[in-house]
Design a protein around this ligand. Structure first.
Ligand code: C2E
Ligand code: CA
Ligand code: CA
Length: 865
């Protein structure tokens, strides 16, 4: 949802990076600081520059002043001497050395007191007439002493005399500035001295400013080391050119450098300050960065947790809306304070109406009220229970409730509708315990039931009775009428069985047509027998389907706990043995388990072993029973019937050992031996006499019958046309299409096929039509009652007619009387077999019979009548 997302985005944008923000402002602050320091430095530099400049101006001013003072002093000194009548007389009119020098009017004192190194008088003809050099009277031309002409100065001095003034100038003398003051000699204010005609003499005082003097002058004005700038000296401060255009040299001095001093003091201070500020900034930056980082972190985690919160809220909402769950909250009194929207959708009840009502009013558990359950301390952390409620349609729904304690303020939790799940589980449970077809309990349920009952330890007075019930003649129903019909019969039978039982008893279906019944509360064996009678009678009632009546029956084996066994498996086994006995006793009956039955089972197993041995060592014998053409008594062939003379038990009938051979997997070797013996025996018989061999449906199913028959024919070299195979209809019942293929293959070998025991099963006439039979044998049960039973007679008549219609040879079995033979002859039955004609005979007996009945050498026909 957008309004959920926006605060998150907002925070994200705002606190994108406090560190960055911090850094940016600090950078600005640092720049500002740097600017301030730069400005201060500039200002300082400027001030120092100005200071230097002012210092220079001031120094210059003072030096100029000093120079002027020196010049002025020299000028006024020379004026005093020049405008003096005596001097005019003694130095102009004539040079009176005595006056001037000796009497010291213009002599050595000028050097000693005033420092003039040179005192000269130049006459009107510009000749040096008087010269005192450093207080010593010497005769030297001024120009020579100065090293340069001085005419200009002299002339200026004469001109200046008019104004009663002197002239001064500065010249370079021997590299040193020399202050030259000159004035024309005049009588001055002396009224006694007359001014002469002609040019005046000029008196010249020369003060050569040597190094010491210059320094002294400078010192008077606070100028350090005032001196003449040496030609190679690097100027370190201002300079002052002196004389005409600096001709007298350049003055130079050491500056006080106030600016530099200021700089030297202030710059380090500013540097220090900058350093301190820098340091402080760095510390501040570090601290703030850390703080900002922490802030960022907390922002990030805040953002993350906000995002997580939003996601979790969304998830919660999605889940709450998508699931079948609804969410509830109750206060400490167990009254609803909150119900989610789904509540209404799921239960159909109004949320608003439910708020404030007790949870127990809506939901029920199987064990007390929900509020009790909630208050159970051991149940505190999120636990769940199953409860039910009535929805708005009045239907019971089941819900799984989870609950969580809200710190004593009540409870909250979810409620998931599990009605379908519970129903499905119940259904699965039911299915896993019941047979899908009949709805009866299955083996699993039986086991559980039995275990429960046996745990209760049944006594002899109140035993537990187990009946193993197996349907007789059910298989053909299934095979012939189809599985749907079979299912219908099973359903019907199941219903009938259940009807015969009392409450508390159990009937389970444990196999195709096998049932187990558990009875308790039975007082006597008679009671059990009565029940078995009722059960069989009930099952024997015809099952009607599609205008057809199906008849089945049942055999029952009975075992009892604790008499026979105390354990379920044993009990089952014993009941099964009893069932076997019941079936062996001719079906549609019941047998109680007896100890010797077990012995019989063991015997049977022994017999199995003996039979295996018998086949191997050749204990079996083959008997032959002639088959006679009823019309003229000619022997057409003989049926091979196997015999087993057990070394201890004597002759065992094939009806007993053939099923054993079938079950023990011995039927193929047995049958091979029969086929082989039959063919090799019959090979010696007269041409045209066939041998008929019985095939078991079990071996027929194995699929290698064709190969085996083929092998025997090849090995014995017997004419296939003389071999007849007798099949019962069960061959076709087991696997109709597969049987058809095998039969066709057998026919291709050239052998004949006959349907044995016709009429006993459900022999559909359709089989006769669609399977390649050459003949059929009417079961001896029909022949038996032929004389007395009109029905049987008409049945045989019908079968003969049918056989004729289908071009099948019809044989009647079990002819025991002449009457039966007559009757069969009357209905034109093709062939006959039976004790009346001949019992099955061993090989010698059969050979003897043939010899006795043989008609003649040329005509090898064996005739019985
Ligand atoms: P089946 O194929 O119906 O054989 C005929 C049975 O009827 C034979 O019993 C025979 O002795 C008996 N019988 C013949 N005439 C009469 C009579 O007039 N009255 C009476 N009551 N019985 C008569 P047997 O030899 O005991 O054979 C029983 C069954 O054993 C046979 O019934 C056949 O199904 C099976 N059997 C016998 N020999 C073989 C064999 O080699 N292989 C196979 N697979 N089954 C065999
Ligand atoms: Ca037979
Ligand atoms: Ca038969």
């Amino acid at each position: 949802m957008p309004n959920n997302a926006s605060p998150v985005i907002h925070i994200a944008a705002r606190c994108h990076s406090s560190v960055a923000l911090m850094r940016a402002s600090l950078r600005r602050f640092s720049l500002l600081l740097a600017g301030v320091f730069l400005l201060a430095t500039c200002l300082l530099l400027y001030v120092s520059y100005r200071l230097e400049e002012a210092e220079e101006v001031k120094s210059l001013f003072y030096i100029k002043k000093a120079m002027e003072a020196i010049e002025d002093s020299a000028g006024s000194t020379v004026k005093d001497y020049a405008f003096w009548g005596d001097a005019y007389i003694h130095l102009h009119r004539e040079v009176d050395t005595d006056w001037a020098f000796v009497r010291q009017n213009a002599g050595p004192t000028l050097y000693a007191d005033f420092g003039f190194q040179g005192v000269f008088v130049v006459d009107g003809a510009d000749r040096t007439v008087y010269s005192v050099i450093r207080g010593e009277l010497e005769s030297v031309e001024i120009a020579d002493w100065l090293g340069q002409p001085i005419d200009g100065v002299v002339d200026q001095a004469r001109a200046a005399a008019e104004y009663e003034t002197s002239v001064t100038t500065v010249m370079n003398v021997d590299g040193m500035p020399a202050v030259i003051a000159a004035a024309a000699l005049t009588p001055g204010t002396d009224p006694t001295v007359e001014t002469d005609e002609g040019p005046e003499s000029v008196i010249i005082f020369i003060n050569v400013l040597d190094g010491d003097e210059l320094e002294a002058i400078g010192a008077d004005y606070g100028i350090r080391k005032l001196r003449v700038l040496a030609p190679n000296e690097v100027r370190s401060a201002a300079i002052l050119p002196i004389g005409e255009n600096g001709s007298a040299g350049t003055l130079h001095w050491d500056s006080e450098n106030p600016g530099k001093r200021l700089l030297s003091v202030m710059l380090p201070m500013i540097g220090m300050a900058a350093l301190i500020v820098l340091l402080m900034t760095w510390v501040l930056l570090r601290r703030t960065t850390l703080a900002a980082r922490a802030l960022d972190l907390s922002h990030t985690s805040l953002r993350n947790s906000q995002a997580a919160l939003a996601t979790s809220e969304q998830r919660f909402r999605d889940v709450a809306e998508a699931s079948s769950d609804w969410i509830w909250e109750v206060d400490a009194q167990g009254r609803f304070t909150y119900l989610s929207e789904r509540f209404q959708e799921v239960t159909g009840h109004s949320r608003d109406a439910r708020i404030g009502t007790g949870i127990d009013e809506l939901l029920r558990t199987e064990t007390g009220t929900l509020s009790q359950w909630l208050r159970m301390p051991k149940h505190r952390p999120g636990i769940s229970t199953q409860c039910s409620y009535i929805d708005h349609k009045g239907q019971t729904r089941i819900t799984r409730l989870t609950a969580r304690d809200m710190d004593g303020k009540g409870f909250r939790g979810t409620a998931s509708d599990v009605t379908d799940e519970v129903e499905a589980r119940r259904r699965i449970d039911y299915l896993s315990q019941h047979d899908a077809l009949t709805g009866l309990p299955n083996r699993t349920r039986l086991q559980a039931f039995l275990d429960g009952k046996l745990k209760a330890a049944p006594t002899q007075d109140s035993p537990l009775v187990m009946l193993c019930l197996d349907l007789d003649r059910f298989k053909p129903v299934n095979d012939l009428l189809g599985h749907a019909a079979g299912d219908q019969v099973l359903n019907e039978v199941s219903g009938r069985l259940a009807e015969c039982l009392r409450n508390g008893d159990l009937v389970a279906r444990v196999g195709g047509d096998e049932f187990v019944l558990i009875l308790t509360d039975v007082s006597s064996q008679d009671e059990v027998e009565a029940l078995c009678g009722r059960l069989i009678k009930s099952i024997e009632q015809p099952v009607v389907m599609d205008e057809q009546e199906v008849f089945v029956s049942a055999s029952i084996g009975i075992a009892m706990a604790p008499t026979d066994a105390r354990e379920a498996t044993e009990l089952l086994r014993y009941a099964d043995i009893a069932l076997y006995e019941a079936k062996a006793a001719g079906r549609a009956t019941w047998r109680f388990y007896a100890g010797d039955m077990n012995v019989r089972i063991i015997e049977r197993r022994q017999l199995e072993n003996d039979l295996r041995y018998a086949i191997k060592v050749g204990e079996l014998r083959l008997h032959f029973q002639p088959r006679i053409r009823i019309a003229d008594g000619v022997m057409m062939g003989a049926e091979a019937l196997v015999r087993w003379r057990h070394p201890e038990r004597g002759l065992i009938p094939p009806d007993t050992f053939i099923p054993i051979a079938e079950e023990a997997g011995l039927i193929a070797p047995l049958s091979d031996w029969v086929l082989h013996t039959a063919c090799s025996s019959a090979k010696r018989w007269p041409e045209g006499v066939f041998v008929s061999v019985n095939l078991s449906s079990v071996e027929f199913q194995r699929g290698d019958v064709v190969k085996r028959v083929q092998n025997v024919l090849r090995e014995t070299g017997f004419d296939p046309a003389r071999l007849e195979l007798e099949l019962t209809e069960s061959v076709m019942l087991e696997d109709a299409t597969g049987a058809l293929d095998v039969m066709r293959a057998l026919k291709e070998l050239g052998v004949r096929l006959t349907m044995d025991d016709f009429g006993t099963g459900y022999s559909s006439l359709g089989y006769l039509r669609s399977f390649p039979f050459d003949g059929l044998k009417i079961d001896r049960s029909f022949v038996n009652g032929l004389a007395e039973n009109e029905d049987d007679k008409s049945i045989i008549q019908a079968i003969v007619g049918l056989g004729r219609a289908l071009s099948l040879t019809v044989t009647a079995e079990g002819i025991e009387t002449a009457e039966q033979l007559e009757l069969l002859k009357a209905v034109h039955c093709d062939e006959g077999q039976g004790y009346f004609l001949s019992r099955p005979l061993d090989a010698e007996g059969f050979d003897a019979l043939m010899a006795s009945r043989k008609l003649g050498e040329q005509d090898p026909v064996i005739k019985f009548f």
